[in-house]
Write a new protein. Sequence first.
Length: 551
Amino acid sequence: MRIDRALRAWRMRGTCTAVAGMTLLCVLSARPQVAATLPHLARHGSALQLVVHGRPMLMLAGELGNSSASDSACIAGGWQGLRAMHMNAVLVPVYWELVEPEEGKYDFALVDDAVRGARRNGLRVVFLWFGSWKNSMSCYVPEWVKRDGGRFPRSRTADGGPLEILTPFSEENRNADARAFAALMKHIRVTDGKLNTVVMVQVENEIGMIPEARDHCALAEAAFAAPVPAALIATLDTGSASPSDSARAAWLRQGKKTSGSWAEVFGPGSTTDEIFMAWYFARYADGVAAAGKREYPLPMYANAALIRPGYRPGQYPSAGPLPHILGVWRAGAPHIDLFAPDIYFPGFAAWLTRYDRPGNAVFIPEVDRRQSAANAFYAFAEHNAMSYSPFSIESVRDPAHSQFRKAYDVLGQLAPLILAHQGTGTMAGFLLDSAAESATVTFGAYTFTIRHESTWPYAPRPEGETPRCGGLIIMAGPEDYYVAGTGLVVTFRAAQAGSVAGIASIDEGTFVDGTWVAGRRLNGDEDHQGRHAYLKGGEFGIQRVRLYTYK
């Protein structure tokens, strides 16, 4: 009976709006002065960029390991390595159990340590709220939550077994999480509102159901039998969901029903189970985000653990903000600004394409640090990414000589130029390996063919698997281009029939305080006597290429 009343109360308040009834969270204390312009997201052409203190920011970041930020000594010992890798931002976990070890009593010492350390080292911070869920499980909730399963119910399997996952169908769970998150955001506002060291916040971490596709606790069963929320159906009916979204596809297959239970509207099976969970996970996360934004409205995102190839719902963390159900998340979580992929599986470029869509910008909070840093050039140039962030960055051995130091050094020089050209159609990125050894792009009067250096007989030929190479091209003028990256051979041809493209000059160089400083002129052996530009593999560099045509 109590469950039925709670579910009716949930529906009466409306799952299609921000969490209501949380009056305690709406009562704000007198606010100190904050920066005139908070960190925010702004349009630049077709791109969405993070703006900090009035200037766009390209986030050359790294994410700390899951447990590293739980120890102040570990945090303190990592700053030198991050500086050595030319990073300008760090993603830092914040743990609910350490923030609120006793209900209503907060401890922000670790948060303050991270902010102070970042300031001293010239870094911005993105905090990761490990609240109700971290990699699906509720392992970072406080002990007083874990021990009180009556007040804070868990998800359950189909046979009734309990899971180490708080159910998203409990208002008590959501409200407790939201109160703690709001307290965190208030603390950040009070202590950092003027300096804006903290520029973004992640809400929860890799939400998802596993090992079954949906929750079977009593609250979940009641919700599954109840009508599908009208707000979700309205989104599907307007067609604002992507055609590739599984929710819209299932809804169309079932005859576009405007009401009914989840099984009636979307059909039986694991696909519907995942849609159902995605909606309630989104509503829960939105309630947490809304409570935090009422205290301090920084940009917020939710991240997703991606699908291992061939896996079905329940075999992977199902119902998180994944590409095939992103429409459900966007409808259910309007207070979350971005949905982001954590990329550890093959297909880096394909995953970015699936997240780079109208209404969602590319933000990469986690990527396997063993992947080539050439990925960052591609992401920033081809998909207007805001960030690139290898995971467990403090674990990189010899950071002063790592690939990230080399790549981030070049990207840091290029950042103003990249930001100026994002969303304008005057920049392209590319990735090359054994699966795709060449790419072609046209800018103005010239077509560029970019090939992996292994295709050129005079380049070094590494043993074993073909290494990933990549980079970007920026059109600085009708005949002036910057080419940057690693392991590339670039040739040019005139787009106009009857004309031949020639190389007027190629200079290698650097940007110093935003100004190009030319180094060697490469109009000889280095450009193969006017045949191509070449950026050697294993290194990252920038070349300025000036073209001309002749007949």
